[in-house]
Ligand binder design. Structure first.
Ligand code: ADP
Length: 464
């Protein structure tokens, strides 16, 4: 524990400032503060916002990576080395800017490094698309941010990178390490800012393709902007939201199921696109099972991300907090709030809660926080439950807890979901062997960290 806390020591010490990471003349800084979600009095640093002139500079200077696949792989492996060497600084930024607890910091760094090494090992010979815009979310501000760029760079593209507006500082530090490792500045440029910058970077005909992770609604806007402005056939690789369910039948091992549910719904304060949102429990075990689940929730520690004992940190910002709090308040008013923990007084915290629903069809949208919705089903209703889950149109993750072998096959064959988890927590993927990605409204595919992903970052072979 001392080792981990020592490594995160920069947390207490410095303020980060992001200078422009653009090729060509740096623009004057238009600095904006970045606030720690767990402590409104703490300014983590300042970010240089991108101006329209910066976008023009970046687009006119962007040039694909003139290096062999072997050279690109060497540089990307060097980036991975630098990430590993700078883990203390990265952990500190993940805690202070994104509210991540240490177990999530470790997992996130691991995933980022795995993406870098996997795409480096598979760097293709094929020609690049040209200029790729990569737009990242705040919930995995290192892993997803790095994964998109690592794939685009491994294939030799120039990258215009736009991090989420909530997490520009870790993006800045990561891109500085990429430049230090040898990715040329005209190949990788960072353009921090909000949706307007994202919109500009996805509607310029000089952009050849887009990698995006975020909401389904934004992905649809981007698809439209690309269709109107980019060359026909320009690839959009989108990973979007989910409405993820788990079915627990009466043969499931309750201790195993409860532990897995707590992690799946509440780890990372529920801010994972894979997180469990709606739990279906078979009615004949529902009462004792939910009692056990509430007991396990009561043991969670909610508090500051930098405390080693914390299980559940803050949500990303006040807008997120308010949206989730309103949803809980509505459930309370309707008498559907089954359980709720206590929330710390300052910072953007939301305490884990359980909300009763008739089914996943009652959820109108993804609630991106530590809120688990619970429904029950009768022994004859399993297929109906599966139909309801499929009818949401999303298809990201799905979980099943059962000890009936035939049921595993029956259910997993029928549910539409990119990643399925049986008798375990509904979390995670393994770069290379168990890639991650959804179906339907949850994404375009191919799955990140899988064999077909890199191919989308190369130019399609000319048709005869
Ligand atoms: P979230 O709900 O996770 O914040 P968003 O889809 O709003 O999801 O944001 C994901 C990323 O998309 C962020 O980097 C955000 O700035 C960017 N973004 C938002 N609106 C647009 C847009 N119209 N065009 C391109 N990017 C956008």
């Amino acid at each position: 524990i001392d080792l981990i806390n020592d490594a995160r020591a920069p947390f207490a010490k410095h303020q980060w400032a992001s200078a422009p990471l653009l090729a060509g003349t740096p623009q004057p800084l238009d600095a904006k503060p970045v606030i720690n979600p767990a402590d409104p009095a703490d300014t983590v640093g300042t970010v240089a916002n991108t101006s329209p002139a910066d976008i023009e500079t970046a687009l006119s200077n962007a040039a694909p990576w003139d290096a062999s696949p072997e050279e690109r792989a060497k540089v990307l492996n060097k980036v991975a080395d630098l990430y590993e060497e700078n883990f203390g600084e990265l952990f500190a930024l993940l805690a202070r800017e994104a509210g991540k607890i240490w177990i999530d910091e470790v997992a996130e760094l691991r995933e980022a490094v795995d993406f870098l090494r996997y795409y480096a090992a598979n760097a293709p010979e094929t020609p690049p698309v040209g200029v790729f815009t990569c737009i990242a979310p705040w919930n995995f501000p290192l892993a997803i941010f790095t994964g998109q760029m690592a794939a685009a760079l491994a294939a030799g593209n120039a990258v215009l990178s736009k991090p989420a507006e909530q997490t520009p500082l870790i993006a800045h530090f990561a891109v500085s390490l990429m430049h230090k490792a040898g990715v040329p500045k005209h190949v990788l440029q960072l353009l921090p800012g909000g949706g307007d910058i994202g919109a500009a970077l996805t509607s310029d005909p000089r952009v050849g393709g887009v990698a995006f992770t975020g909401s389904t609604a934004t992905a649809m806007k981007i698809r439209k902007a690309m269709a109107e402005n980019l060359a026909p056939g320009a690839p959009l690789i989108a990973e979007t939201g989910g409405l993820n369910a788990m079915i627990v039948d009466s043969t499931a091992l309750p201790e195993q199921a409860v532990a897995a549910i707590v992690e799946s719904a509440f780890q990372s304060a529920g801010q994972r696109c894979s997180a469990l949102r709606c739990l279906y429990v078979q009615d004949d075990i529902a009462e004792p099972f939910l009692k056990m689940l509430k007991g396990a929730m009561d043991a969670l520690s909610i508090g500051a991300p930098w405390d080693i004992s914390t299980d559940c940190g803050p949500v990303i910002d006040e807008t997120a907090r308010k949206g989730i709090a309103d949803h809980i308040q509505q459930a309370r008013a309707e008498g559907r709030l089954l359980h709720e923990l206590k929330t710390p007084n300052s910072g953007t915290y939301i305490a884990p809660s359980l909300i009763k629903v008739d089914g996943i069809d009652q959820m109108k949208r993804e609630i991106f926080g530590p809120v688990l919705h619970v429904a029950t089903f009768g022994s004859e209703e399993l297929d109906k439950v599966i139909d309801t889950i499929n009818a949401t149109g999303y298809g990201l993750t799905f979980g099943l807890m059962t000890r009936i072998d035939d049921r595993v096959q029956h259910v997993t064959e029928r549910v539409n979901a990119g990643n399925m988890y049986v008798n375990r927590n509904q979390i995670g993927a393994i770069v290379g062997s168990q890639p991650f990605g959804g179906e339907g409204l949850s994404g375009t595919g191919p799955k990140a960290g899988g064999p077909h992903y890199l191919a989308r970052f190369s130019a399609a072979p000319a048709s005869q």
